[in-house]
Design a protein around this ligand. Structure first.
Ligand SMILES: Nc1ncnc2c1ncn2[C@@H]1O[C@H](COP(=O)(O)OP(=O)(O)OP(=O)(O)O)[C@@H](O)[C@H]1O
Length: 310
């Protein structure tokens, strides 16, 4: 039995249409499944808790997330015991950094086919961000500063839905990124890792802990990140002038930014990041509020995830 958690609101409502199409495919094949449609923020976490409680390490529940990257963190956060589930993902969002990084298909129909037929199960690290008294798991990245400021503003940008309908969703990100680029004041950040101790980075644009290579809708910020090496790749962009950022950011699309002075990538198992004043924080592109500090570590148990057969 497959259990699907579906965010019908992903890609500004197109998630519902895609899911209806996927359902018709499963009906025609006589597949046995149950599904849960999310209705509000945090609903996917509640569903994941319930579904994972029905699995055991010997008989794990197959939990398939249908949504965008932001639904992944909600589902991962809700899973009671990572041993109790086999995780599948069908992308219906707009960013697609999870699929891009993991090598999963971006076509929802193809992703469904792989989940139903061609199973290869691999282990994936699951990082956890501690924000005050709350902990959240995530799949891709969590960070503070420029990237988080863009995510938070895009979430409240009125034109997003309209542009998504026209398949111009990336334009929203571009406009917000430009605005934040012009107005963000770089900050001082203290980064404490288990591997390199405490380091202070003045004039920082962002500091982000990554489990995957890509974030921000295709920026290969941590080209060496591997989701199965037990390590986080922490990227800090500091001491880079606004003018130089104009070259640095586009070169991150292919990973060329790593050669630029001021781009620091630290490998570690856990990290604590503190800024000199409160700033936007994100987890898998969703708002983590305005914070002065956060910690990220990797869960002891990995997640079993369904991948295409090689
Ligand atoms: N029915 C709903 N109505 C409004 N928001 C919802 C609903 N269900 C889930 N959400 C919220 O949607 C957000 C996640 O959206 P998701 O990332 O899946 O789609 P997206 O933003 O279109 O994709 P991407 O992040 O890849 O650009 C989460 O904040 C989640 O809580």
């Amino acid at each position: 039995m497959y259990s699907f958690i579906v965010n019908p609101n992903s890609r500004s409502g197109q998630g519902r249409e895609i899911w209806n199409h996927l359902r018709s495919i499963m009906e025609s094949q006589g597949i046995s499944y149950q599904y849960y449609l999310t209705e509000y923020v945090g609903h996917a976490t509640e569903f994941a808790r319930k579904i994972s409680a029905s699995g055991t390490p010997d008989e794990p529940a197959t939990l398939v997330t249908v949504g965008g990257d932001g639904t992944i963190y909600e589902v991962l956060t809700g899973i009671e015991d990572l041993d109790n589930v086999i995780f599948g993902f069908i992308p219906t969002g707009s960013g697609n950094d999870f699929c891009r990084s993991m090598g999963l298909p971006r076509n929802p129909e193809e992703a469904l086919r792989i989940i139903l037929n061609k199973r290869r199960i691999v282990s994936m690290d699951v990082p956890k961000i501690q924000l005050g008294s709350h902990a959240y798991r995530f799949g891709i990245s969590a960070g503070m500063g420029y990237d988080a400021a863009i995510c938070q503003e895009v979430l409240i940008t009125p034109g997003k839905k309209f542009l998504n309908r026209l398949h111009l969703g990336k334009l929203t990100y571009l406009m917000v990124a430009l605005k934040q680029f012009l107005f963000l004041t770089p900050f001082t950040v203290t980064v404490q890792t288990d591997t390199e101790g405490e380091q202070i980075f003045p004039k920082t644009w962002f500091a982000t802990a990554m489990n995957q290579k890509y974030e921000g809708g295709g920026f290969k910020f941590c080209p060496d990140a591997r989701p199965d090496d037990g390590l986080l790749d922490v990227i800090v962009l500091s001491g880079i002038s606004r003018l130089k950022m104009l070259f640095c950011l586009p070169s991150a699309l292919w990973g060329g930014h790593t050669k630029i002075k001021g781009v620091h990538i630290l490998k570690c198992r856990d990290v604590h990041i503190t800024s000199d004043y409160p700033l936007p924080v994100h987890k898998d592109g969703e708002s983590g509020g305005i914070q002065r500090e956060f910690s990220v570590s990797i869960e002891k148990k990995p997640l079993k995830i369904i991948m295409p057969v090689l």
